[in-house]
Write a protein that binds this ligand. Structure first.
Ligand code: NAD
Length: 507
């Protein structure tokens, strides 16, 4: 088992983390340059930890470690890899409360939600542990006396660049399949939310994964993230984040022909038909744009209401928003916490100002009553009279800001819903299932929920059309994201010469 030299300590009473270290080659340590940066509690604006700021030399060390052990890990039998993932799942369950508190403190998820998210993580680890010894190639019928087949092989060193909105879940959803299928990993958490990744690395070490198989470098995107994506020994990159940064990462990966999976932004439509069960649809719409204060890639930030029910729907929506409990993630009963950072807070507030100029402010727009003035809290905000060309209707805001449209013709509805650079997800609220499914087929998105709000699961593929991404996470479809295909062909004749005229064969 790996020696744990100095994992960080977390004092839950004072909400402070001390000596946060990076995890490279089974060892804890600072950045080579000895530099750190502050990570902040978004509910209070207070610093919670100093985190190592990795540069390219730290990334080199992590990639070198992952490369050194890549072949050994590839040929470690799948049952052993699966067993380690199962041990890790048990450790996550054992340490769930600490992980949840770190996640709530660092990312602003309210504590019960953070507990739910951490509680689900073993599902991902178990799912991929179960698949580790079942993924394989196929035999191919080729002409002649030959046996042809494929091998599905790992990519080697894989990079995992993670955003701040679901820090641990997104880290696990890509590293669990990567590890199960024989890849080694270097993770770069978002600079705002490194802490749960470092705690998780401690559990990976405790589970008994060999040194170098799983590494975490903390630091800034343009520095550590870019160095990782550009590293010539990184053969697979899973990037989850904004479309803008995704384009940069794709270019960096292209320089050395890495396989790149991009899980990017969205501007998802929530579509309500006139026969929808309105109470459910209202709750779905609220979850759609307020869950994690709107900091969700699939957030339903464009609401399409059938004209016949629009007024009643909006009245019920406002009633529901008025009773939403917004506040410190650690306070009892809170349902929505702050935005993750000052940067995000300023960005969302500036979009609200843009919205006030472009459209009609129907609800919200300010700071929720009773919240800490130093925290990054924003009220759920609803705009009506929005034009499809408005910035608030087209750009991903990543905050609790909703644009409302009305419709009456289904063809026009589909055209309007598809009128977006993004294509991640859509929700349809409709009792007539034939109508719902025919709409679902016409939407240019990677996922549709009918009469349900989003719930991410390890067995269902997740990913985007258009500028929402390439490749898939989760489900059997994501096996392709972490493997490459080798074709092997064996001539079964005693002597190839006996069955072929070699002298006359084309060269
Ligand atoms: P971001 O693009 O700013 O950062 C994501 C990660 O990339 C961070 O770790 C960051 O440090 C790193 N990074 C930044 N610049 C980089 C560079 N030049 N080279 C390499 N890495 C770099 O995104 P964010 O603000 O952290 O996250 C919010 C975005 O993520 C939203 O657009 C959201 O829709 C998207 N997201 C998508 C999914 C999905 O599954 N499709 C899931 C969650 C979040």
């Amino acid at each position: 088992m790996t020696t744990i030299e100095q994992p960080m300590t977390f004092d839950q009473a004072t909400r402070r983390v001390d000596h946060a270290q990076m995890f490279i080659d089974g060892r804890w340590g600072p950045a080579s340059a000895g530099v750190t940066f502050a990570t902040v509690d978004p509910a209070t604006g207070r610093t919670i930890a100093a985190v190592p700021r990795a540069d390219a030399s730290d990334v080199d060390r992590a990639v070198a470690a992952a490369k050194r052990v890549a072949v050994e890990w590839q040929f470690t039998d799948a049952i052993t890899r699966a067993g380690l993932l199962r041990t890790l799942a048990g450790l996550v369950t054992e340490h769930a409360e600490e992980l949840a508190q770190l996640e709530a403190l660092d990312s602003g998820h309210y504590l019960d939600k953070a507990r739910e998210l951490v509680g689900a993580i073993p599902l991902w680890l178990e799912y991929w542990a179960g698949l580790a010894d079942k993924v394989g190639g196929r035999t191919i019928e080729v002409p002649g006396n030959k046996l042809a087949f494929t091998l599905l092989e790992p990519l080697g060193v894989t990079a995992h660049i993670v955003p701040w909105n679901y820090p641990l879940l997104i880290l696990v959803r890509s590293t669990a399949p990567a590890l199960a299928l024989g890849n080694t990993c270097v993770v770069k958490p978002a600079e705002d939310t490194s802490l749960s990744a470092l705690k998780y690395a401690e559990l990976v070490a405790e589970a008994g994964f060999p040194d170098g198989v799983f590494n975490v470098v903390t630091g800034y995107g343009a520095e550590a993230g870019a160095a990782l994506a550009a590293h010539p020994d990184v053969m697979g990159i899973t990037f989850t984040g904004s479309t803008e940064t995704g384009k940069t990462v794709a270019k960096l990966g292209a320089e050395h022909i890495a396989q790149v999976n991009l899980e990017l932004g969205g501007k998802s439509p929530t579509i309500v038909f006139p026969d929808a069960r309105l109470d459910d649809a209202v709750e779905g719409a609220v979850q759609g744009f307020c869950s994690h204060a709107g900091q969700v890639c699939v957030a339903g930030t464009r609401l399409f209401l059938h004209r016949d029910i629009a007024d009643e729907f909006l009245a019920r929506l406002v009633e529901r928003l008025r009773v939403a409990r917004i506040g410190d993630p650690f306070d009892e009963g809170v349902q929505m916490g702050p935005l993750v950072s000052k940067k995000q807070f300023d960005r969302v507030r500036s979009y609200i100002e843009i919205g006030k100029r472009e459209a009609t402010l129907f609800y919200g727009g300010g700071r929720p009553a009773g919240t800490d003035v130093d925290g990054y809290f924003v009220e759920p905000t609803v705009f009506t009279d929005v034009s499809p060309s408005d910035r608030i209707a087209r750009e991903e805001i990543f905050g609790p800001v909703l644009s409302v449209f009305t419709w009456s013709d289904e063809d026009e509805l589909v055209a309007a819903a598809n009128d977006s650079d993004f294509g991640l997800f859509a929700a349809i609220w409709c009792s007539d299932i034939t109508r719902a499914l025919s709409t679902a087929r016409r939407l240019q998105v990677g996922g549709v929920m009918v009469n349900d709000w989003f719930g991410e699961l390890p067995m269902a593929p997740h990913g985007g059309y258009k500028q929402s991404g390439t490749g898939r996470e989760e489900g059997l479809e994501s096996i392709a994201s972490y493997t490459q295909v080798k074709h092997v062909s064996v001539n079964l004749d005693d002597s190839p010469r006996a069955s072929a005229d070699w002298a006359g064969a084309p060269l």
